[in-house]
Design a protein. Sequence first.
Length: 112
Amino acid sequence: VADSIGMANGIYSSSNMELIYVAASLEKKIHVYKRDTKNNSLKLLHSLNIPGFPDNLFINDQDQLLIGGHPKSFLFLLHSLNSHKYQAPSQVLLYREPEKSTYIFVIQEIHS
């Protein structure tokens, strides 16, 4: 199991259950783990920097990760304390695993 995650707020697995994605809200990162399907151990593959607080995770039909989050961290904090007084924007990001030949991670904003 993974240790020392700054407010693990969302978790999701790839459709083949080999990749585990964890939203670390306080770190403003998504941690991507490789899962050993024989013994369920996890190995950290990489951590993705996210603009703002990542929150909810979801895998779409193309096995791409959708990240629901809050781009204005301070406004989100105020909103969580008093939602009637403060509004906070949200956004949805699309993450695609890199092609093995390029190793380029793609994070694209698809809604804000």
